[in-house]
Design a protein around this ligand. Structure first.
Ligand SMILES: Cc1ncccc1N[C@H]1CCCS(=O)(=O)C1
Length: 105
């Protein structure tokens, strides 16, 4: 039910934030420091924004939470080369997340 969904969101987000490869995703990408980002990425998302939304009760359930987490990884794959530090971190974080939430189903 809904409460279980929110406890699961809190647990999953804590694990994402604590992951050693989370560093590119902990704060919003600084579009002043990253040329082209604002133009290319229409829906920026990061773990601190997800934390804020969770705190403000903006996620209806686990599914709406997963949509935002996946947006972090889709933006990363769109903007970063697979063969780059940030690109590789994104792939590692995505596979970590996919494995974790499916384990909890
Ligand atoms: C996820 C992402 N995609 C594209 C460019 C940059 C980033 N992340 C940055 C976030 C702040 C720290 S950093 O500047 O090292 C990396």
């Amino acid at each position: 039910n809904n409460t279980n969904g929110l406890a699961t969101c809190r647990m999953l987000l804590a694990e994402l934030e604590a992951h050693q490869d989370a560093w590119p995703f902990l704060t919003p990408v600084n579009h002043k420091a990253v040329p082209g980002y604002r133009k290319v990425i229409k829906k920026p998302m990061d773990f601190s924004t997800i934390r804020e939304k969770l705190t403000n009760n903006q996620y209806l359930n686990l599914e709406t939470f997963i949509v935002d987490v996946n947006l972090v990884f889709e933006n990363c794959e769109r903007f970063n080369e697979d063969d780059s530090e940030i690109g590789r971190a994104g792939h590692r974080m995505r596979s970590f997340f996919d494995k974790r939430w499916t384990e909890l189903l």
